[in-house]
Design a protein around this ligand. Structure first.
Ligand code: G
Ligand code: G
Ligand code: MN
Ligand code: NA
Length: 253
């Protein structure tokens, strides 16, 4: 309850900020973009993990306002990143609660316009749960976003109610292999098979596959050889503050 009250103040009190985790193309070994991840610096509790407060914000609806702030902040930042003429893509997590808002598509397109970001530079990460409450509504909204040029990634793929029916209907371009399947890749045979299956599914449906939670050279090598195109994880970099992200991109090769 106290946490809920504090969360209501977090935005106004400037306690929220974003960190950016680099996303790497495993073939070209280049940074292609970043996932924006929300952080809450609580005045007394310290850093509160998003796994803890996002469900609270979703339950009381404040995720709508917070999510809009995240989108604005990420677009503002992306507009300032040029890196020698190579524009990077910014990936933003979109909560199922946000996707249910009637105005969400207009809000997102309006945000891009305000920051003069081409739609092709924005990726939205949605979870499979987002498709469930109202499939046709979600499909219609994602189609509009896709038509505008925004790309859609299915986050935490394989952990939710993965249904191939959803996947077929959804205008998605990317699948993110959840980090729980990457953690014991090459150690646990089942996890390795699940990762392989997602990579193969991506190939057959013509979707780019991105592995998250890559922590070792062995995992990177395996995924790269197996045909997974993109990756992020501590092996490359933890999520970074904007200035550190700039340094990372300039030094990465
Ligand atoms: O790195 P990390 O602890 O930040 O992320 C934990 C979880 O919180 C992830 O599942 C991630 O998708 C989610 N998350 C992080 N930032 C945001 C955000 O801005 N919006 C939403 N809806 N989820 C986020
Ligand atoms: O959107 P998603 O739920 O997947 O958010 C990514 C989460 O994973 C964030 O909490 C981020 O800080 C975390 N993360 C990023 N890279 C790694 C990694 O290599 N290992 C682990 N264990 N967590 C990671
Ligand atoms: Mn994500
Ligand atoms: Na996620």
């Amino acid at each position: 309850k106290q946490l809920e009250k504090d969360l209501a103040q977090a935005l106004a009190n400037h306690q929220l900020h974003l960190v950016y985790q680099p996303q790497i193309n495993l073939e070209s070994k280049r940074v292609i973009g970043a996932e924006a991840l929300l952080r809450w610096e609580h005045p007394t509790r310290g850093l509160v993990p998003p796994d803890f407060f996002i469900p609270v914000a979703e339950a009381n609806g404040s995720i709508v306002e917070i999510g809009q702030w995240v989108l604005d902040q990420a677009c503002w930042q992306a507009a300032r990143w040029a890196f020698g003429g190579t524009p990077l893509r910014i990936a933003v997590n979109l909560s199922a609660v946000q996707l249910r808002q009637d105005s969400i598509v207009d809000d997102i397109l309006d945000t891009l316009r305000r920051h003069k970001i081409p739609a092709g530079r924005l990726e939205l990460e949605v979870t499979e749960t987002s498709f469930m409450t109202n499939l046709s509504d979600a499909v219609a909204k994602l189609r509009r976003l896709r038509k505008a040029g925004i790309s859609i990634a299915v986050d935490d793929f394989g952990t939710g109610y993965s249904s191939l029916t959803y996947l077929k209907q959804m205008p998605v371009q990317h699948l993110k292999i959840d980090k729980q399947f990457i953690r014991d890749l090459l150690v646990n045979e089942e996890d390795t098979r699940i990762a392989n299956t997602i990579i193969d599914l991506g190939k057959s449906l013509n979707l780019t596959v991105i592995a998250e939670g890559v922590e070792t050279a062995e995992q990177e090598y395996y995924l790269s050889q197996r045909g997974c195109q993109l990756a992020q994880g501590y092996y490359f970099s933890k999520p970074l503050l904007p200035s550190d992200f700039e340094t990372f991109v300039k030094g990465f090769h």
